[in-house]
Design a protein around this ligand. Sequence first.
Ligand SMILES: Cc1cc2nc3c(=O)[nH]c(=O)nc-3n(C[C@H](O)[C@H](O)[C@H](O)COP(=O)(O)OP(=O)(O)OC[C@H]3O[C@@H](n4cnc5c(N)ncnc54)[C@H](O)[C@@H]3O)c2cc1C
Ligand code: FES
Ligand code: FES
Length: 1355
Amino acid sequence: MERAQETGNMGDRTGTKTRSGSDELIFFVNGKKIVEKNPDPEMTLLTYLRRKLGLTGTKLGCAEGGCGACTVMLSRYQTHTKQLLHYAINACLAPLCSLHLVAVTTVEGIGSVARKLHPVQERIAKAHGSQCGFCTPGIVMSMYALLRNNPTPMMADMEEAFQGNLCRCTGYRPILEGYKTFTVEGGCCGGRGQKNGCCMSNVNGAQNGSEEQINEATSLFNPTEFAPFDPTQEVIFPPELMTLSKDRKPHSLCFHGERMTWLQPDSLDEFLNLKWKHPDARVVVGNTEVGVEVKFKNMVYPVILAPTFIPELSAVTHTEDGIVFGAACTLSHMAVVLRQAVESLPPHKTEVFLAVLEQLRWFAGVQIRNVAAVGGNIMTASPISDLNPVFMAAGCKLTLVDKDGSREVQMDDGFFTGYRRTALRPQQILLSIHIPYSKKTQFVSAYKQSPRREDDISIVTAAMSVTFTPGTDVVENLRLSFGGMAPTTVLAKKTANRLIGRPWGEELLEEACNSMAEEMSLDPSVPGGMVTYRRTLTLSLFYKFYLTVLQKLRLQGLKVAEVTSVCLSATEVHHPETPSSVQIYQAVAKGQNQDDVVGRPIMHLSAMKQATGEAVYCDDVPLYENELYLSLITSSKAHARILSIDTSGAERCPGVVCFLFADDIPGSNTAGSLKFDETVLADGEVTCVGHIIGAVVAKTQLQAQRAAKAVRIEYEERQPVITIQEAIATQSFYQPIRTIQKGDLELGFKHADHILEGEMHIGGQEHFYLETNVTLAVPRGEDGEMELFVSTQAPTHTQSLVAMALGVPANRVVVRVKRMGGGFGGKESRTTLLSTVVAVAANKLKRPVRCMLDRDEDMLITGGRHPFYGKYKVGFLNSGRVVALDVTYYGNAGNSMDLSQAIVERALFHMENSYRVPNIRGRGFLCRTNLPSNTAFRGFGGPQGMMVAESWMTDVAQSLGKSPEEVRRLNLYMKGDSTPFNQVLDQITLDRCWDECMSRSGYQQRRIAIDLYNRQNRWTKRGIAVVPTKFGISFTALFLNQAGALVHIYTDGSVLLTHGGTEMGQGLHTKMVQVASRVLGIPSSKIHISETSTNTVPNTSATAASASSDLNGAALKNACEILLKRLEPFKAKNPNGTWEDWVKAAYFDRVSLSANGFYKTPDIGYDFETNSGRAFSYFSYGVACSEVEIDCLTGSHKNLSTTIVMDVGNSLNPAIDIGQVEGAFMQGLGLFTLEELHYSPQGVLLTRGPGSYKIPAFGDIPTQLTVSLLRDAPNDKAIFASKAVGEPPLFLASSVFYAIKDAISAARAESGITGPFRLDSPASAERIRNACSDRFTKLCPLAEAGTFIPWSVQV
Ligand SMILES: Cc1cc2nc3c(=O)[nH]c(=O)nc-3n(C[C@H](O)[C@H](O)[C@H](O)COP(=O)(O)OP(=O)(O)OC[C@H]3O[C@@H](n4cnc5c(N)ncnc54)[C@H](O)[C@@H]3O)c2cc1C
Ligand code: FES
Ligand code: FES
């Protein structure tokens, strides 16, 4: 491979003279000029901002352009148009060297808490659009960039601007709600706020007038408080940069790095000369492909050629027969030009342009489209490129040039010569692409099918173009182009040839489908899997095209078959509708003191800092002077003995300081959660891919990561167990196997009118907290003391394991947690995998050591939600009443116990969901497999337990031909019933939630409308489902139900709270301040929480089980009451004094103004042996009704509406609680309808980043979303009559899954299939399409299981 050193004589204007040094890179950041003398071509803008400039507001979430956390705005002056351009980009993919004469604006540059918040920052904060806040700066910058270009955007513009941003906490609704206030639509529900009226007319917690709804409030923020947005006040483009840009003389640039040289030629000639000289050089425009290859595929490109300065490559030329785009034209620019053309040209000329625009609409996110070039897409030659099929179907022409001249080639299947290969010679470059006008008799359509609509990579992408003999319906020319069906984009030539000369009718369709089913076949082991689905899609998409063309021919007056109204919806192109929402909660009682903030929707205390980027996360802690970086060495085998570890190659890598293996651990190498069945570093054996074997410590992150990859390990492989089915077959289980049994099962089944059996698999889920795992360990230099900054939900657990590994008592280790960028259970126990290793390294080197896992490492190593398989037998009466249930659960625990025992137990505790089943038995098996240990995840096994319950409930209804809602209502628990674990349900509100949900959602009317819709539409179907939930609140491990708090009052009257809970976005600290404020009777502004640390409140339980407000709130209350009591005499002495007076008086009287509080949940403790004792302190209840529409031909679905009624007791903070409900719901929506982890049969996780693993995006919110917190439902078991809220609402998203199942049933009925059927979770597009059995699916049967090795397996 060409080495960087050998490239030192390049970069002058001719490419022949010598130039050894680097040029100066000049750019501006937040108005400040930066002259970088030695910019490293391998450095991204993000690393530069965070590490060199200390601007840590811009976050790292994925490093692959998939999350938007790193969004910043670039501005540049374009000399040829004399225009200033502002555009959002992903800093994680932007090479630093690409920024010459560019102005960068980061979140810090637009506002701050001390200075003044920018309205974009203020509104997201005040509208409760920030929970953990890790995504917030990126979202702020996307909105800011939009407003810089368009101060009065439409809602649709805003939704487009957010296509490239993800948030895992909020559920997106509040962000849109807050930012709606910038749009033309005017910050309003658009009049669709149902009977509660318009959201904006009900500001400030306004109460409805009617008697019965007297306490109902419907607004969570007051938009009249927002500072006005004045676009004229924006930061100006740096005048000096303007001058530099205008005066720029032709001048090429050259930057040398350790391994890479960046050449930015100034003319086409120079560019071609350089390419001639360095045929292996990469041409980089957007770096959205190359950046990902370098970061994740270990590619090293010694020479980069950046053509940004070359006008020919960015030129757009209108010709007689089309438009020529220079290869470096960005996709955003291309879209603008095409849209203008569509507006100005006659419609028949723009069929191709419209097809390109349709693909661009769903192409990545705005940040990518703003930098990615059309040439980059073509030249990457990806088989799932979205544009190449259109270009091929349309017959686009490419101009290729090299030093010796140019040639024009047709873009057809001869151009793509293999997987990511083209016919281009190495010395050639792509100069431009010619996109032709369409002909009068030509019709073109493009289709993209991906797991998620927005910003996703295609499963199958297609473009079809047909030209008819003028005046007829006879096919003259047909080009059918597909991506995702072969290693390259392909044309279905055989099929097309067969159809030429044929009239456009049913016979042609029949022939096309038969022929395409044969031609577009796939090997059953093909990478990407989904073989039946992908094959079916080619037919389904052709059918859509067929119908669309029929319609167009008829419009031209030709006598072709009419597209009947029932088929019309198959031709509709999906464009999202603007969502609307309503939130309802109980207003505080009239007369509640203004200073008493309990029950009020106050903003998350960190929201403002999160919106300005000032909130400090673990990796934002400034670098210590002598700090080092650690990278993990992990196993590539699922089960193996380690034969040898060779570090010699890695030792030669620059910057390496040391290696760590099991022998380096001074204390114990034992680790784990409840059971200590793990090692800190592997000791001879590895039991999963991603098992941590060792670590490398180096001077920088890049050096450590490079060295870790250079370590060679030899293994002796052993047979792994990967799937639940393999574990069952080999009886690979952890002990004990739990059973909960009540009633007489045998008798129950005997009395049943019907007995039904079924099964279901529920896939796992990645936490995808936006902030990955991170630890900074700082040795204190004496007595073995170590201070750790960790993003963890479990400081005490971290402290214990670090102390064990270091061989020191726990009192030498301090763990500090300021805040996390999301946790969701993923940081409850698995964070110690990293923190122990980092601590061992810091201890060994006596220097601070840091590591933040890359997204792919985090996903690979830390496990997720347990996949579950459930088998059931259910007995029921003709009425639908369930009388007996025997259910068995198998959870895929992975390679260690971790918390799996408690997780399977919780699945059992929720096996009947909300239904009374008199005779019941549930058994729970923990499968020991060679996957990374699965762990806690919001709901903790409960959702899986309940999901299976809803499956048998649906089966019962379907087999009786009744509506599932009728059967659910019939079986719903009533007051006084007792659970299978013999807990009597006393304060039950299920029926109230159910009835309110039914009426608010308008279920009955919806059902009628859906039935009508389904009769009128063959290829789209609608479905509805109402699902209840009951969630037990308490840790099931008794000892964890305790909490401590420490409250200091300082002599100035300010109060510092510390408690055992950690802040991960859920608003715990905010609620705790509200609690203390009420108890102490002082305004919340006097109270502060700084962090959670093990040296202030010891022996804490992890922040988990939704119980943190209950436990810590009660402990704080206890501490505050102690202090109040101490202040009592001083109040009595000076009743008219102030808080400060009493505090001072107490101090001078030598009274301690610091107190500990403690709380343990009373009256709980369950015994599996005797099936007795209280398992839970109380239950949280909720009900949701969801309506969906599925596209039977593609399997996509739209979330039309969801209505949630949730009992959270007397809400401590309705804004935070509604945020939890919506966030949990959206996470559940991901779990049950979207998120799929793919593992190879050898146990390798194939989905390791946002590119391949899709969490819900902005566009997945239900179009109508109503969340109502049940009023008048105080709970006497928790602080101020509140209830836990973090986990319970998650399961309500299963209403979407069962609505989908309802819609599929309607589709199946069209094919004559009725009765119960198995639908595994998630209800992905693939599963939906395959379940909608029809004439197309029949042509693409599944290969027989066992006859091939699949690409991925259901674990
Ligand atoms: C988050 C994300 C989402 C994405 N979504 C999609 C999507 O929805 N659909 C889709 O199709 N793709 C998608 N991509 C892929 C990628 O964005 C596109 O392929 C993009 O068009 C590449 O352009 P670029 O300028 O960034 O390429 P670069 O990374 O700069 O270059 C890519 C390759 O093209 C070569 N090249 C570029 N220009 C020339 C030239 N003029 N002559 C010769 N060779 C050249 C380079 O040498 C390099 O090998 C996505 C990528 C990311 C990171
Ligand atoms: S960190 Fe850049 S997009 Fe995720
Ligand atoms: S607030 Fe968006 S990821 Fe946490």
